[in-house]
Design a protein around this ligand. Structure first.
Ligand SMILES: NC(=O)c1ccc[n+]([C@@H]2O[C@H](COP(=O)([O-])OP(=O)(O)OC[C@H]3O[C@@H](n4cnc5c(N)ncnc54)[C@H](O)[C@@H]3O)[C@@H](O)[C@H]2O)c1
Length: 344
């Protein structure tokens, strides 16, 4: 399995690759004919440049946790589900609130998508699951497999602010529950999704054997994107639980990337800054003063929303990011790039 994978796109520039093989030939650009004439066939093949990776997600199946958000509002999970569906993925919208997950499915079906232009409605289901429960996570992955036959992408978006308080103030049971929601849930969803992702190697190999078009995804089995936070990279957050749990998500991402890279499973983390989402604005909304203060706490001095995070997730989920694993991508309008944002 390893040998086959290493002979695929990651090795394209090496002369030892058998680029004359029919399964590779169609995936290479050719240099201009004036350049080609000066080389023999083997050298010619070694100088072909590979096609760029595909940007769309057609044929891919994505599980997104925390895809419910609230009412018609836009949380990160909902925005991710909508963007992945828009790019062609079948999406499994997981949330402990089934009604909210179902609303996301309705919203992504009504969203203008390339499939709709082709008269194919986006494929999506809503699944009720508490991702802190092992059995619920197993059932969510089973439902994805039953509905769509495979799992390619897992986006772990569930996260809560958790209990307030410093080490001397925080309530211990609430601390444990917060760690379960923000950290353990991501391990559990990965535990059940990775075995399904491993099966993707075989399915892509057989589609090539059957002479179907090589989709350019062949080296990869799956992509996991964990949602961290800039609070997991820096101190300065009033509570202890949130930055501690998000710091754990950051390094869990690196550890998982190391464990599963050789299997062709990429694991990355997106760390958003202060987005305006239902989680932070709360049931009563946010005062204009607070909103303005958050906006100004970044280099770009603009307010971020869930789409800003979701576009980064979509990139990491797809094959344009096929050489990226173990990365921590900040999406924070530059808030963590400078020691001070008072530049003048
Ligand atoms: N909003 C921000 O400013 C911000 C900043 C940095 C990081 N983040 C992270 O982004 C992620 C999403 O945040 P958001 O602002 O979109 O939140 P959100 O509250 O809009 O969405 C969270 C979703 O998770 C669901 N959920 C909570 N616990 C669950 C459980 N046990 N099982 C299943 N579903 C559960 C909720 O029902 C909700 O739909 C979180 O991990 C959060 O920490 C957000």
């Amino acid at each position: 399995m390893l040998a086959r994978r290493h002979a695929l796109p990651g090795a394209i520039a090496t002369p030892c690759l058998n680029a004359a093989s029919p399964s590779f030939g169609s995936r290479y650009f050719r240099l201009p004919s004036s350049t080609r004439r000066s080389h023999n066939s083997a050298a010619d093949n070694s100088r072909r440049i590979p096609e760029p990776p595909r940007r769309d997600l057609f044929g891919r199946v994505a599980i997104v946790t925390g895809a419910g958000s609230r009412g018609d509002e836009l949380g990160v999970g909902r925005a991710v589900a909508m963007l992945l569906a828009r790019d062609g993925a079948a999406v499994v919208c997981v949330d402990r609130n089934l009604g909210h997950a179902q609303r996301t499915v309705e919203m992504l079906r009504n969203h203008d998508t390339p499939q709709q232009q082709q008269k194919q409605p986006p494929r999506a289901i809503a699944v009720e699951a508490d991702v802190t429960r092992d059995t619920d996570c197993a059932a969510a992955v089973s439902q994805a497999l039953n509905a769509f036959g495979r799992v390619d992408v897992l986006v772990n978006s569930v996260g809560v602010l958790g209990p307030p308080g410093t080490a001397v103030e925080v309530e211990c049971q609430e601390w444990a529950r917060g760690m379960e929601i923000n950290v353990t849930s991501m391990m559990l969803m990965a535990r059940h999704s990775i075995p399904a992702m491993r099966k993707n190697q075989g399915s892509l190999a057989s589609s090539r054997r059957a002479g179907q078009e090589d989709d350019g995804h062949s080296a990869l089995c799956g992509s996991i994107v964990n949602i961290g936070s800039v609070a997991g990279l820096r101190g300065g957050t009033p509570s202890l639980l949130y930055p501690t749990s998000k710091g754990a998500v950051v390094n869990m991402t690196r550890a998982m990337a190391a464990h599963h890279g050789a299997e062709g499973i990429r694991v990355n983390c997106v760390c958003p800054g202060m987005l305006y989402t239902p989680m932070v604005c709360g049931a009563n909304g946010m005062s204009p003063e607070t909103r303005e203060a958050r906006r100004r706490r970044s280099l770009l001095r603009t307010e971020g929303n869930a789409w800003d995070c979701a576009t980064a997730v979509r990139f990491l989920a797809g094959d344009e990011a096929r050489w990226i694993t173990g990365s921590i991508l900040t999406v924070d309008a530059g808030a963590t790039a400078a020691v001070s944002i008072n530049l003048s």
